[in-house]
Write a protein that binds this ligand. Structure first.
Ligand SMILES: *[C@@H]1O[C@H](CO)[C@@H](O)[C@H](O)[C@H]1NC(C)=O
Ligand SMILES: *[C@@H]1O[C@H](CO)[C@@H](O)[C@H](O)[C@H]1NC(C)=O
Ligand SMILES: *[C@@H]1O[C@H](CO)[C@@H](O)[C@H](O)[C@H]1NC(C)=O
Ligand SMILES: *[C@@H]1O[C@H](CO)[C@@H](O)[C@H](O)[C@H]1NC(C)=O
Ligand SMILES: *[C@@H]1O[C@H](CO)[C@@H](O)[C@H](O)[C@H]1NC(C)=O
Ligand SMILES: *[C@@H]1O[C@H](CO)[C@@H](O)[C@H](O)[C@H]1NC(C)=O
Ligand SMILES: *[C@@H]1O[C@H](CO)[C@@H](O)[C@H](O)[C@H]1NC(C)=O
Ligand SMILES: *[C@@H]1O[C@H](CO)[C@@H](O)[C@H](O)[C@H]1NC(C)=O
Length: 481
């Protein structure tokens, strides 16, 4: 059963051609380019693409969790002792955040939208009901006292009013009241003098079922790396955010923008209206989420560093030159002058001084850092957790006896963890895409392997074909001798 020599030679030629083709494909990188081009085509905000649908209506559940700090020694704090707090939480809300009033602009290179957020309490994921009581700093009172501390006449009037109504430095309120708002007696009294004033106070007052301003995003049509990146917020360029005076306070959070085909040297930007600015995050480590590999990005300590370390943060030293130290951002201007200071939970990555000033702070990287886990091949967000703490700047005010002998302290009130993990169906779909891409990227190597196998077959056939012809005749005498 011999093959014709022409067949054997064509196998040889074919194997050489396969090898050449495979090697040149590997060297030219056509297939990875092809895969990347497919990704780029899909990752654009355009009516009809899956990326647009996921952006407009995020399929994965987003949870907002709050952890309050219950003050255990209010009387001692007024006598000048170190505050002691106990962390109480989580109180969990499911967050719905569809993009609304979606409007494409500039030939589809940009898209305007508002991000309406609705929070629904999840009792089974919470430590207790929203009626749980928390003793914390009386933020409206501290804000009013700070505002009038240098006007001794008004200050004494307010101080006597506070005495009569038994209002002090601390207050005990329910979780629901502290977050979503309650009528405050002192603000009500002031409203009689200044009718425009709002007499309701809540950390997230008016945030439910409302939006935090007008956004314009890049669609990624011009440059896929700009996919879903914020261009302007309330008409202001993203570059100017940190100098902006007109920014919203703790008004929910905003999505992270990321670009597909991520490398470890990339910088990811997250815009946060809580902080009135965008944050950036750098590669930290490899992770796996639901079996899908990802890169973890997190904000480096310089993001919150003092201005010596990071001159870009000088904008947060307000008034100019008045810097609080690493790890703190004074967002007073965003909160109608209330002395609100933002930090990472438990003052993670902040100066040690702030951690030591309050008994009960235990900063911990795993629990308190902000993270973004991104699949590098597609740029799809696998998991994210945004963690921020709300603090109040408390100091002794001679015009207000309510402040007693309190130490100057950055007083923690609550921290939040807004998190999302890719949903099951999306993870399964992504997994399939990754397997497909993996096969595609490996096509050139398969061609090379096939070439090598055929080359081997060719050589075997050559030997097998030749050996019997030549040796059969010569060996005969040897064997018979
Ligand atoms: C997207 O297309 C659908 C159907 O064609 C249309 O109803 C919808 O208004 C479009 N959305 C936008 C934002 O243009
Ligand atoms: C949109 O595209 C048209 C035709 O390509 C062009 O004439 C026009 O200047 C573009 N407009 C903008 C705002 O880019
Ligand atoms: C937010 O608003 C929705 C509907 O408007 C309501 O069902 C929900 O209970 C509200 N959440 C809070 C925390 O008030
Ligand atoms: C917080 O502390 C106050 C005062 O001690 C107490 O009444 C309240 O029950 C505490 N809250 C929780 C949720 O334990
Ligand atoms: C939250 O945003 C809404 C809409 O932009 C605004 O009216 C409201 O005052 C903001 N809330 C706070 C606490 O700043
Ligand atoms: C800024 O931070 C660095 C490092 O934490 C510290 O050494 C330095 O003293 C700080 N400078 C000021 C002005 O707080
Ligand atoms: C925070 O900034 C405000 C002005 O926006 C300023 O009046 C206040 O003194 C600052 N607070 C601290 C603690 O530096
Ligand atoms: C959010 O962060 C807190 C504290 O860091 C953690 O206990 C909690 O499990 C996180 N929630 C989610 C859903 O990952």
């Amino acid at each position: 059963m011999l093959l014709k020599p022409c067949c054997i030679y064509s196998i040889g030629v074919f194997s050489v051609l396969l090898l050449i083709l495979g090697i040149s494909l590997v060297l030219s990188g056509v297939f990875p380019h092809f895969v990347q081009a497919l990704v780029k085509k899909e990752v654009v905000l355009k009516n009809g693409t899956e990326a647009f649908e996921a952006w407009e209506n995020p399929p994965a559940p987003i949870y907002m969790q709050f952890y309050f700090f219950n003050v255990t020694n209010p009387l001692e704090v007024l006598d000048g002792e170190r505050p002691a707090v106990v962390e109480i939480g989580p109180y969990t809300y499911r967050e719905y955040r569809p993009m609304e009033q979606v409007n494409f602009k500039d030939n589809g290179t940009k898209v305007a939208a508002v991000n309406t957020k609705t929070y629904i309490f999840q009792r089974n994921m919470s430590r207790g009901p929203e009626s749980d009581l928390i003793r914390t700093v009386n933020i409206p009172a501290v804000s009013v006292m700070e505002k009038f501390k240098d006007e001794s006449f008004v200050a004494s009037l307010i101080s006597s009013y506070m005495k009569a109504t038994d209002e002090g430095l601390f207050t005990t309120r329910s979780v629901g009241e502290l977050l979503w708002g309650y009528e405050d007696g002192l603000l009500q009294a002031l409203k009689k003098l200044k009718p425009g004033l709002d007499d309701v106070f809540g950390l997230f007052y008016k945030s439910n079922a409302s939006n935090d301003g007008d956004y314009v995003f890049f669609t990624g049509q011009q440059n896929y790396r700009d996919f879903a990146r914020v261009d302007t917020w309330n008409g202001e360029s993203s570059l100017n955010w940190w100098t902006s005076e007109e920014c919203n306070m703790i008004n929910g959070t905003n999505g992270a923008s990321f670009h597909p085909v991520i490398t470890k040297t990339d910088t990811l930007y997250m815009f946060s209206s809580d902080l009135c600015r965008s944050l950036y995050a750098l590669y930290e480590e490899d992770v796996a989420v639901k079996g899908i590999s990802g890169y973890r990005f997190s904000p480096p300590s310089e993001v919150f560093a003092n201005k010596t370390v990071n001159p870009a943060n000088a904008g947060f030293c307000v008034p100019a030159g008045n810097c609080l130290g690493s790890g703190l951002l004074n967002v007073s201007a965003c909160k109608q002058g209330a002395p609100i200071i933002m930090s990472s939970p438990h003052f993670y990555q902040a100066d040690q001084k702030f951690v030591q000033d309050v008994f009960g702070m235990r900063p911990n990287k795993e629990q308190h850092q902000t993270t973004l886990d991104v699949n590098p091949l597609t740029g799809i967000l696998l998991q994210a957790a945004k963690r921020l703490q709300v603090n109040v700047y408390v100091e002794k005010l001679p015009t207000f006896s309510q402040t007693g002998d309190v130490r100057t302290v950055v007083f923690p009130v609550v921290y939040l963890n807004e998190s999302v993990t890719i949903d099951g169906p999306s993870a399964a779909k992504l997994h399939a895409i990754l397997v497909e891409q993996n096969v595609m990227v490996n096509v050139p190597f398969m061609l090379i392997a096939l070439g090598i196998v055929l080359g081997g077959v060719f050589m075997l056939l050559m030997c097998w074909q030749k050996v019997p012809e030549s040796t059969a005749a010569e060996r005969q005498p040897l064997l018979s001798s």
